[in-house]
Design a binder for this molecule. Sequence first.
Ligand code: CA
Length: 404
Amino acid sequence: MRRFAWLAALVLASVPLATPAAAQALACRKGQSFERWLDGFKQQARAQGVSQATLDAAAPFLTFDKAIIAKDRGQGVFSQSFLEFATRMVQSRMSSGPAHLRKHAALLARVEKEFGVPGPVIVAFWALETDFGVNNGSLPVLRSLATLAYDCRRSEMFTEELLYALRIVQRGDLSPGEMRGAWAGEIGQTQFSPSGYFKYAVDFDGDGRRDLIHSAADVAASSANLLAKGGGWRRGEPWLQEVRVPARLPWEEADLAIKHPRSQWARWGVALADGRPLPADTMPASLILPMGRGGPAFLAYPNFGAFLEWNQSLVYATTAAYYATRLAGAPQVQRGPFPAATLPAPQILELQRLLARDGYEVGKLDGKLGLATRAAVKKAQLKYGLPADSYPTAELIARMRSGR
Ligand code: CA
């Protein structure tokens, strides 16, 4: 299961690419009114086991809100580098994070015992998502989801999410009035999607309800359960470790999709951040270079997959994982010997067009340096004989423009 992939965009200062007027939004429904769409949706919900009583209770919130459409259309582009984003997100939370680790020490110990996920990992998401419940969002979730389901952009997915939100109501976890959250329907102190809530939320304080809005115990245990069952968390294993890379390395090996035992990375000259040798054992790891070979470097262990499952943005996932290492006692990340300049969104967009022109698979042309774009960048770097560290540079764009 994936949480909403665009979540990271919500917390970023952004560069809008285009903001069509909300009024245009629903031309796609070809004149079908919200009310007629809603009749059809209710029929579908009943067929899937949602009771009439649940639909009646939800009715006041099953309305259309054009402000939600405008927010969805106005979403910006993720254009911050790892160091910019991590510095902003982590530095300001280096006192609140440890304070919450201490405050909830007993709870987090119980959660780790049951689910295998350590406290610093849970606290990292808890802090980054809502600052421990301060910014849960206050919009009626059912209204946001009904609006986004009626819209055609991602109708199928939001229709599913709306069905799950109704199932949460029916199960008695939250009333329709209590179910308030972020504009895209994320709920609670760690911003679960309704489907994630329904599948992974647990009642850990024993009051009979899974309450991710008010109960710290439910929030901590449910987040751990999601990471364990949805993200495949392995008890007792690390997730991310800062390393130092040598001047020369087969850079194309630095790829999330490639894992080598630590002993292999050690043979290639990768060392711990403080210069000491890596343990030369069989623990598998990927080398990730979120800002290219001159920037910060990390070994990502199998547990890093749980961070990507939470949010598939590499910058967000690496930031959350790094913050968790800080909470577990790791020192501040080094900037790397020569961190590459961050290309702004319009240049990433141009690069994506060049990559697509040459037949590389880049996914959506959106100006975002996502995993698909990084993978295409690596292939182009190999073709042009550049160090294939998957991080785009102005040089690569220039070479692709001229075709040489
Ligand atoms: Ca509870």
